[in-house]
Design a protein around this ligand. Structure first.
Ligand SMILES: Nc1ncnc2c1ncn2[C@@H]1O[C@H](COP(=O)(O)OP(=O)(O)OP(=O)(O)O)[C@@H](O)[C@H]1O
Ligand SMILES: Cc1ncsc1CCO
Length: 529
């Protein structure tokens, strides 16, 4: 009996797609490989057969020297001729079934997929890997299929795994993070074209890309795929640990006076800045796109509130989130009134497709609109009705889908990072009677998240590969608890006669809030979902 030799095991971490661009000297090639490229695909869409063969052979010679596998795009005959390690087939190329008949059984076969049905078909056909793409729009090739988008990759990963297109050093970590599937699968690697090929420093670029992929993969395996979970409260997640964590954050904000950038609406800008000051932060409300890059460098955290969206603020919002992701600093999204207009919906979708939100905060109507649920309706910026039947599950599901902390406000507030789900039962109904109480909640959350990164974990550090360091779940809890407990105190003081006198009293109580009061009053419930 003869047994078939095994296929070559391929490390897909950094998958370079190229062709003659890196030949003939081969120097750039070697540099890219030395920098960390783990597999090369030769893709030549315009070359005739003789030319393709020459390019493929030359590539194989260089890759063999470095023991790097070579995959041929589309041309099964060329793969056979040069004894390539694999073949990559597009949806309009030769079928997997026919390719398998022609190729030696040791040849790895990969397929490009763009949606779940194509991924399922590839698995049925018994391919060795799938390339999901294009994840971002790309100038490298004319796209014949729609862009998948980072937030939709996870759904495909639950079927199968690997890399993609349109990846750059600037969006790589966000791509990896945003693609984790609901059940915790991540990409095995990423396919890169122009970022390396068009670079003057291919070795350096490859090294940087490889470093990010490896850091992410190690974090994902350390956290059993739950990389987007951000709780490490210094021990088990208990009510006591949560409240002590909040107290620590209150002290930190007062000590560190974090700089908190806020693009917010013009209804609440002044009260948001005052609330930020009252809890110990330093607000800067800036909306010009031209200043976003500078602000991203100096601020601790960022709030994006779409309450009075304009084309200018929309542009600034697109920019600040990307810069925040690059700086690995927290960015909080408040999708005010998202259910009211198509413009708001489209903008929020575009923002979430472009950058990773650390926290998404909204009332029940806003959370339902983002989740695509019709269970809760909105009226303008307000939520209508009693809310979700199972609010804890609703926030947990959305947190998993968006890989972010989700906060849903209301008489009871629900918070989840996709793993831990908490409800908070403090507050006063006057909070529902002033405009912008949700918006100031966003300012508080952003301020505490800005210092959460600086609170060392007593469990011994952070999981590598996260978008931001620090316990962002705790930052979100702190924002809500501080505001709602201060509201209780403001009303109990006795000089509040209605919404008009409530707001200044609330700001006073935030200013003087004692950590002991928070320990005493915090009503925290942990949910097992
Ligand atoms: N009836 C209530 N009882 C106690 N706390 C409340 C009540 N209503 C709202 N809150 C608190 O007020 C804060 C804001 O929540 P709310 O859901 O009212 O925001 P919102 O609808 O987005 O507000 P806005 O659109 O005016 O900014 C939360 O911290 C929440 O706990
Ligand atoms: C009333 C209102 N309109 C746009 S933003 C805002 C503040 C409360 O969300």
């Amino acid at each position: 009996m003869t047994s078939t030799p095994p296929k070559r095991a391929i490390d897909y971490s950094l998958y370079l797609v190229t062709g003659r661009d890196l030949l003939p000297s081969g120097k750039v090639y070697s540099q890219a490989i030395l920098g960390g490229v783990t597999v090369v695909q030769v893709r030549e869409k315009d070359a005739d057969t003789g030319e393709f063969l020459t390019i493929a052979r030359a590539t194989k010679t260089i890759c063999d020297k470095h023991n790097i596998p070579v995959i041929i795009n589309d041309r099964v005959d060329i793969a056979i001729a040069i004894r390539a390690d694999g073949v990559h087939l597009g949806q309009t190329d030769m079928s997997v079934e026919v390719a398998k008949k022609l190729l030696p059984p040791t040849t790895v076969i990969g397929v490009s997929v763009n949606n779940v049905n194509q991924a399922k078909k590839a698995v049925e056909d018994g391919v060795d890997y799938v390339g999901i793409g294009a994840v971002w729009d790309t100038k490298t090739k004319k796209l014949v299929q729609p862009v998948v988008g980072v937030r939709n990759v996870g759904e495909l990963l639950d079927v199968f795994a690997v890399g993609e297109c349109g990846i750059k050093t600037t969006n790589l970590l966000r791509t990896l993070h945003g693609s984790v599937s609901i059940s915790g699968y991540g990409l095995d690697g990423v396919a890169v074209v122009s970022e390396i090929v068009a670079s003057r420093e291919p070795r350096e670029v490859a090294k940087e890309l490889k470093g990010i992929v490896m850091e992410f993969k190690s974090g994902l395996s350390m956290s059993n795929g739950l990389l987007f979970s951000t709780s490490y409260l210094g021990g088990p997640v208990t009510k006591e640990n949560i409240v002590e964590g909040v107290v620590e954050l209150m002290k930190r904000v007062r000590e560190l006076n974090p700089l908190v950038h806020q693009i917010t609406n013009n209804v609440v800008a002044t009260q948001s800045a005052n609330v930020t000051l009252a809890i110990g932060g330093s607000p800067i409300m800036a909306t010009a796109p031209q200043e976003m890059e500078d602000l991203a460098k100096i601020c601790n955290s960022f709030l994006v509130n779409i309450g009075t969206l304009t084309t200018t603020t929309q542009e600034a919002m697109m920019m600040i989130g990307q810069y925040a992701n690059l700086q690995r600093k927290p960015v909080v999204l408040d999708p005010v009134g998202i259910g009211a207009t198509q413009y708001r919906k489209n903008t929020v979708n575009e923002l979430l497709d472009t950058w990773q939100a650390t926290v998404i905060k909204g009332n029940a109507g806003e959370i339902a609109a983002i989740a695509g649920s019709s269970e809760v309706a909105s009226k303008g910026v307000d939520s209508v009705g009693v809310g979700f039947k199972d609010p804890a599950s609703a926030v947990q599901r959305l947190a998993r889908r968006e890989k972010s902390i989700v906060v849903m406000t209301g008489p009871v507030d629900y918070i989840s990072d996709g793993i831990t789900t908490i409800s908070l039962h403090n507050g006063n109904e006057l909070l529902g009677k002033i405009t912008g109480s949700g918006c100031i909640t966003g300012s508080c959350i952003t301020t505490y998240c800005g210092v959460a990164a600086s609170v060392p974990s007593s469990t011994g550090g952070d999981v590598p590969g996260r978008m931001v360091k620090g316990d962002m779940l705790l930052g979100a809890v702190a924002g809500i608890l501080v505001l709602t407990i201060a509201a209780e105190l403001a009303v109990e003081r006795g000089n509040v006669r209605g919404p008009g006198t409530f707001l200044p009293s609330l700001i006073d109580e935030l200013w003087t809030l004692d950590t002991e009061e928070v320990r005493k009053r915090a009503k925290v419930v942990l949910h097992s979902t």
